[in-house]
Design a protein around this ligand. Structure first.
Ligand code: E4P
Length: 215
């Protein structure tokens, strides 16, 4: 399973990258706004830190506008994946990008049928938002299971990128279901590493090592 980090904060990306297990980055307009920086500046820095897919989202909602943005974003760096919302105009743009070799990540997916359409349009990634479904009383991970099953039935190449992750159990369940990618907030990445028994065990080993006669 690939691990992406879901942030536009370059300090977080640098720290996560130093762990040696980061495969890519996802951003969105809200995450970019939190940085208080220009989008182009943020992207220019991210592509220098991570050598993997970096999702950058369009903000137009019409075909012409999305095409223009997709072209502009894709020209920044070969690792840029254009993030496109799951609306009709978005699907048109995904098909247009696929014909031109521009990579896409279809975002704001909340149903298996939306995911099916995105795959048919030629998306490289589909981003189902599990946390936001949980927030409104639906089991977000059920959506992942459905999409994985449907994509497997028809051998779609579109990768299932589990998004809107809120806690480690989302990551565990995504792995059990065979999702291709998880995009994890920095905080959750830290939570995945930690286990109290690891810390207690390490303390004990180090304390015992003090009792070993040294040369
Ligand atoms: C996905 O690519 C989005 O950037 C993100 O996962 C949304 O997460 P949120 O629901 O916590 O805002």
């Amino acid at each position: 399973m690939k691990f992406f980090i879901d942030t536009a904060d370059v300090n977080e990306i640098r720290e996560a990258s130093a762990l040696g297990l980061l495969d890519g980055v996802t951003t969105n307009p809200s995450l970019v706004a939190q940085t208080g920086r220009k989008f182009e500046d943020v992207l220019a820095e991210i592509v220098e830190i991570v050598d993997g897919p970096i999702s950058a989202e369009v903000v137009s909602t019409d075909f012409a506008g999305m095409k223009a943005e997709a072209q502009k974003l894709a020209a920044i760096h070969e690792n840029i994946v254009v993030k496109i919302p799951l609306i009709s105009e978005g699907l048109k743009t995904v098909a247009w990008c696929a014909d031109r070799g521009i990579q896409t990540n279809v975002t704001l997916c909340f149903s298996p049928l939306q995911a099916l359409l995105a795959a048919k349009a030629g998306a490289d990634y589909i981003s189902p938002f599990v946390g936001r479904l949980d927030d409104v009383g639906h089991e977000g991970m059920d959506l992942i299971g459905d999409i994985v099953e449907i994509y497997r039935n028809y051998d779609f190449d579109t990768e299932v990128l589990v998004a809107s992750i809120r806690h480690p159990l989302h990551v565990l369940e995504a792995a059990r279901l065979g999702a291709d990618v998880v995009t994890v907030p920095f905080k959750v990445l830290g939570q995945l590493v930690k286990h109290p028994l690891t810390d207690i065990g390490l303390q004990k080993f180090l304390a015992d090592w003090e009792k070993v006669p040294k040369p």
